[in-house]
Design a binder for this molecule. Structure first.
Ligand SMILES: [Zn+2]
Length: 320
């Protein structure tokens, strides 16, 4: 097997890497996605970043065996059609087919959380496991499912939307239109909003100093610093979110009886302790004993590389 290119298309940036046959990363290139310039511009950036990662690795794109990539949003399991990725302006966009034509290579496009869990399954926190779930509180709350060693995508690619499990009927409104979804309570977006609403009322001085009233500046790093400084309001907000993450996890554990749940994303990287500890305790309290007592709750290990490696591993199966 020759080299494989993996890329991670996010809402704001595209990261591409060339990997060798053992999935070691040989080169790495990152660019802004330019989502505000429209779909064609995003597609051009993906092509440029693929070319540049190959240049950096000292190879031509024709030296690649396959390309594996991911998109944030719903992806049709077979065709790699990106149904809907609102941040990028993708709607029924044939990303897999277009790249395959333009680079004359086998291409596999996967949902980003699925690719990340597949990476952790083969190279990271879930190595050696067979039944694993992922949960990642970020802009939303992403989820993914591995059953008997394979990704489970559902009939149309929509399985694992754990962010929209209702954990609090009549709770806060979610972007999907329902109330009380896990995402409306435990996503980084929901936490940032709550923290900022306290800050503008004169509480949480650290946040108002650093972020002013700008929601976009209330990122994981600032949330973690405010938490670790002992601010009681931030602690209350985070502990509450972690508790509901645990409620969501107890539902998942009873539905799937996994060996482990892998928690990922920038917020968990910045604040592993309260999230892992509190959510695990609540999950064990609420799940059926047999399902809950042995399930491990682990932090993801590979960071940004999880998606790249997972996508590359999936693409490698096209040529195996
Ligand atoms: Zn929802």
């Amino acid at each position: 097997m020759n080299k494989i290119l993996g890329f991670d298309l996010g809402g704001t940036k595209v990261l591409a890497a060339v990997l060798d046959k053992d999935f070691n990363i040989l080169s790495r290139v990152k660019m802004k996605a330019n989502a505000d310039l429209g779909l064609n511009s995003v597609y051009k950036v993906i092509c440029s970043v693929i070319n540049d990662a190959c240049d950096e690795a000292g190879i031509k794109t024709s030296d690649l065996s396959a390309i594996g990539g991911c998109a944030p949003g719903l992806v049709e399991p077979k065709t790699g059609l990106v149904y809907d990725s609102p941040n990028l302006g993708f709607k029924d966009f044939p990303l897999q087919e277009n790249l395959s034509k333009d680079f004359n290579l086998p291409v596999k496009i996967e949902n980003d959380v699925n690719a990340g869990l597949y990476g952790e399954l083969h190279f990271g926190a879930a190595k050696g496991m067979k039944n694993v779930l992922a949960l990642s509180p970020g802009t939303g709350v992403g989820g993914a499912i591995v059953i008997d060693g394979d990704l489970y995508r559902g009939a149309r690619g929509g399985a694992g939307e754990f962010g929209h499990i209702v954990v609090q009927p009549d709770g806060p409104l979610c972007a999907c239109g329902q109330r009380g979804c896990l995402e409306a309570i435990a996503s980084r977006t929901a936490l940032s909003q709550q923290i900022l609403s306290f800050a503008v009322r004169g509480r949480i001085p650290m946040v108002i100093e650093e972020a002013k009233a700008n929601l976009k500046k209330v990122k994981s790093g600032l949330i973690a610093r405010a938490y670790n400084s002992g601010d009681p309001d931030v602690k209350a907000i985070i502990d509450y979110a972690a508790r509901y993450l645990g409620v969501g996890m107890s539902n998942l554990v009873n539905s799937f009886n996994p060996e482990a749940i892998i928690l990922g994303g920038g917020l968990i990287e910045a604040l592993p302790e309260p999230f892992l500890e509190i959510s695990t305790r609540v999950m064990r309290e609420q799940a059926m004993r047999i399902n809950g007592e042995e399930v491990k709750v682990l932090a993801a290990e590979l960071g940004d590389d999880a998606v790249i490696k997972g996508a590359a591993k999936l693409a490698s199966q096209l040529i195996a």
